[in-house]
Design a protein around this ligand. Sequence first.
Ligand code: NAD
Length: 455
Amino acid sequence: MSDIHIETLISIDPSNDETVGSVVITSPAILAQKVKSAASAQASWGKRPLHERSRLVQQAYAALEEAEESMALLISREMGKDTRRAGYEASGTLHGGRYLAAESAKAFASQRLAGNGEIQYRPLGIVGVIAPWNYPLAMANNLIVPALVAGNSVILKPSEETPLVADLLVNILNETLPEGVLQIAHGGGEVGEALVKSNINMIAFTGSLQTGRDIMASAAPQLKRLVMELGGNDPMIVLNDADIFAAAQFAVASSFENAGQMCTSTERVYVDEKIADQFEKAVVSIASQYKVGSWRDSRINIGPLVNKKQHAKVVSHIQDALEKGATLLLGDSFSEKQKPFSPFIQPTVISNIKPTMKIESEETFGPVVAIDRFGSVDDAIARANNSIYGLGAVVFGQSAAKKVARQLQAGMIGINQGVGAGGDAPWVGAKQSGFGYHGSMEGHRQFAQVTVINH
Ligand code: NAD
């Protein structure tokens, strides 16, 4: 009998608690082997010409076409996303990966200096990519692609909630990529922490603020390079000359996107008291049309919350707000404690929120539109900025919208629309929503060692 203990990680469908499948958790010994082979694979990968690395990564992503539907289905099964959104994510992974592989190559080409010499963008070595579950492919992708094209090898540690779809991604990419250049390590936070502390050179992380702080501490002794895309508590300000219907539509769509589990979803809305009645009425009317249920039902647009812990957090934020005097305009108050557990949260609209409520001060990550009214725009701006986070912020209105936007403390700001310019724009958080960033020439170059040579 062997005394080798193999631990498995079981992936569960949050809509019905069924087992989707399982993977073997990466033990410390196997992780050490992966790091060793990532180092030897990197030595030759990093020497290949830049255009060849870019071409191979593009080819690898093109091969994902055959698996687009399987990837979408696994996203839904593992984390509950409705099938339409899961389809967008799978197709975005394939097309976005190819685009990024071509674009990022431009950032790593050596540049001649005006005097004598040049700037080179050299590989850093091994990059540990640590990903969340809410966009399990898209978030990993944004970090894997520039890391590989820069000439690094990558070890991906996907979320423990979504290991199977990550396996599928890595297996297909590896049909094209040289052996050892892209590997996967499975498990929870302890495996992520072991990866951060291992002999790697950079951590590219997307996830919560608390994990970001832990990673920063673990990375400190060797001063490992970091790119961290963290949580948010995005505000929206609705000015008195805003298109009320458009603003209400955005507030609902953004608060409910991915069942509210999106880093840049609208978490709190401040509306001018002059239009607040009309705005709240429109929000409730639009929100009531949303359909909640299992991803198996193609008509739904809000799936289950990813797990019981996340569900309990959203419920506790709703209860805390109602206990402290907020008004429930739509949804469940969760006042009957004996109800059988359901992984779903009905579309919820709450008004009269206050800074002392968790729903205003923390990231809720659920399908809730949380609103308060303001009398002075300066107060609304102060409240919007009263957060340790600074990922996104949105303002709806006409004459003063740009002036308000200039005063908002966030990495990405939308005027009469959502945040994130896409294409070659950076994806970036301010304050404690991030450290470093990806996307854009400057973002891609964070995956490389900038080296100046004078001659
Ligand atoms: P999380 O921080 O709980 O987990 C993210 C990953 O980190 C997982 O793979 C987890 O296993 C790993 N991990 C946990 N502890 C670790 C440790 N000590 N060391 C190393 N790795 C560790 O986050 P989550 O619940 O998976 O994702 C939701 C969060 O991600 C939200 O806060 C959301 O706002 C944020 N997010 C941010 C962005 C962005 O672009 N800024 C995008 C998506 C999600």
